[in-house]
Design a protein around this ligand. Structure first.
Ligand SMILES: Cc1cc2nc3c(=O)[nH]c(=O)nc-3n(C[C@H](O)[C@H](O)[C@H](O)COP(=O)(O)OP(=O)(O)OC[C@H]3O[C@@H](n4cnc5c(N)ncnc54)[C@H](O)[C@@H]3O)c2cc1C
Ligand code: FES
Length: 349
C-alpha cells in the first residue's frame, strides 16, 4: 500500500478491502453507523476490544490510548478506533476481522412481550420484534426505550439463535442499583412497552477449532456463554467445554437445570457452579470461592491449551484474564465481554 494522501475523503480501508467513509466522529462510531461489524465493547477507550493496527494514514486521538495499549502495541502502530478520528484516508488491520460473523446490522423496533424473574435480581426479558434479527450465540444487541434518557444499553442474547423465532430474542437483565434502565424495568411489569434494538455486536462467539474451551460467567454474564454453548450443542461440537459459573449464594444461581441438561446433550461439557458468599453451614456441596479459585483447580494442560470465553463484571473478567494469561505466550485465545456500565464510564472520565 502506497503512502495515502491526507487530503480528500476520509476513507477507512479494512482487511479484505472493505471500506467506509469517516467524518469528524470516532472511526468506530462511523463504522457502526455504516453497518460495519467493528469489534468493540466499552466505546470509551478502556477495554481494548477495538484495538487495530494503523497500516497507513494518520489519526487524532480523543484520549490517551497509552492507558489501555501496551508500549509494544504502541510501537507496533496500534490505535483505539473508538478514540481516534481519521485525519484523511486510513488503512486499518483489525485483528480477527475476517472471522467476525457476517450478519446484517439491524436497527429495528418491537415490544417487550415477556418479563419473568429468574432470581431476586435477574429477569428474563423476551422481545417480539417487527423483523427477525440474525446473530451468533454469544453476541449482544443494544436496547433502548423512549423513557431511557441516556442512550441505549447493551444486553447479550441469552439463547442460541432459533431460525423459527429470530423475531423473539431473549435477554437476562440484572438489576443495577441506581441504574436508569434496570430500576425502571424492575419497578413494574413492562410487557407491551415499545423498544428499539440495534445489533448484533460482540466478541464472544465460538471460534473454529477442536481444542478445549473454557467458559467463565459471572451473574448475568451467563447469558452469552449459555447461548454460545447451546449453539455448540446444536452444531454437535465434539470439543471439550468447561463452564465455570460464579454467583454469590444459591439464591443467585439460575438456569442450572438447563445447563445440566445441556451438559448431557453436548456430551463434553463440564459445569462448575461456584459460590463466593454461601454460608459455611448451608447444604451446598459444590465449589466455593471466586471463579478464579475454581479455575485454579482445573488441569494445567486445559489452561495451557484452551480458548477462553469470559463474560461478566470487568473486575472478574480482568482477574480471570490475569490468571489464564500467566505463562501463555500465544495470542488470540482470550475472548471477553466486560459488562461495563455508567459507573465505569464515570471512572474512565
Ligand atoms: C457488551 C455488554 C453486554 C452486556 N450484557 C448484559 C447482559 O446480558 N445482562 C445485563 O444485566 N447487563 C449487561 N450489560 C450491562 C448493561 O448494558 C447495563 O450497563 C446495565 O444493565 C446497567 O444499566 P442501567 O441503565 O440500569 O444502569 P446505568 O444508568 O447505566 O447506571 C449504572 C450504574 O452507574 C451509576 N452511574 C450512573 N451514572 C453515573 C455516572 N455519571 N458516574 C458514575 N456512576 C454512575 C448508577 O448509579 C448505577 O449504579 C452489558 C454491558 C456490555 C458493555
Ligand atoms: S471499544 Fe475501544 S477500547 Fe473499548
Amino acid at each position: 500500500m502506497g503512502i495515502l494522501s491526507r487530503r480528500g475523503p476520509r476513507v477507512v480501508t479494512l482487511p479484505g478491502g472493505k471500506s467506509f467513509t469517516a467524518g469528524r466522529d470516532s472511526v468506530l462510531n462511523h463504522a457502526l453507523a455504516e453497518g460495519v461489524p467493528f469489534p468493540h465493547s466499552c466505546t470509551v477507550g478502556t477495554c481494548g476490544s477495538c484495538k487495530s493496527r494503523l497500516v497507513a494514514g494518520k489519526v487524532w486521538e480523543l484520549t490517551e490510548s497509552a492507558i489501555t495499549l501496551t508500549s509494544e502495541e504502541l510501537r507496533a502502530g496500534y490505535i483505539l478506533p473508538c478514540q481516534s478520528v481519521a485525519r484523511g484516508p486510513i488503512e486499518l488491520d483489525v485483528p480477527g476481522f475476517a472471522e467476525i460473523p457476517d450478519h446484517p446490522l439491524r436497527h429495528t423496533s418491537g415490544v417487550i412481550s415477556g418479563q419473568r424473574p429468574l432470581t431476586h435480581d435477574i429477569v428474563e426479558l423476551r422481545l417480539t420484534l417487527d423483523e427477525p434479527i440474525e446473530y451468533t450465540g454469544g453476541q449482544y444487541a443494544e436496547l433502548s426505550t423512549d423513557n431511557l434518557t441516556t442512550g441505549p444499553r447493551a444486553y447479550s442474547f441469552a439463547e442460541a439463535p432459533n431460525p423459527a423465532a429470530l423475531d423473539r430474542p431473549c435477554f437476562y437483565v440484572r438489576r443495577t442499583p441506581g441504574g436508569e434502565f434496570t430500576e425502571w424495568l424492575f419497578d413494574a411489569d413492562r410487557t407491551g412497552t415499545q423498544v428499539q434494538l440495534t445489533g448484533p455486536f460482540g466478541n464472544l462467539w465460538l471460534r473454529p477449532g477442536n481444542g478445549p474451551a473454557l467458559c467463565v460467567a459471572g451473574g448475568s454474564g451467563l447469558a452469552p456463554v449459555k447461548a454460545l454453548l447451546e449453539s455448540a450443542a446444536a452444531d454437535r461440537s465434539e470439543r471439550e467445554f468447561v463452564l465455570v459459573f460464579g454467583a454469590r449464594t444459591q439464591r443467585d444461581l439460575y438456569c442450572v437445570e438447563e445447563l445440566e441438561k445441556l451438559a448431557v446433550a453436548a456430551g463434553s461439557l463440564r459445569f462448575v457452579p461456584v459460590l463466593s458468599e454461601e454460608p459455611a453451614d448451608s447444604d451446598w456441596a459444590g465449589a466455593r470461592g471466586l471463579v478464579t479459585d475454581a479455575i485454579a483447580t482445573l488441569a494445567p494442560e486445559l489452561l495451557a491449551n484452551c480458548d477462553a470465553y469470559v463474560c461478566g463484571p470487568p473486575p472478574m473478567v480482568d482477574a480471570v484474564e490475569d490468571l489464564i494469561r500467566g505463562g501463555r505466550m500465544d495470542e488470540g485465545f482470550f475472548h471477553a465481554d466486560r459488562f461495563l456500565d455508567k459507573s465505569f464510564r464515570g471512572r474512565a472520565g
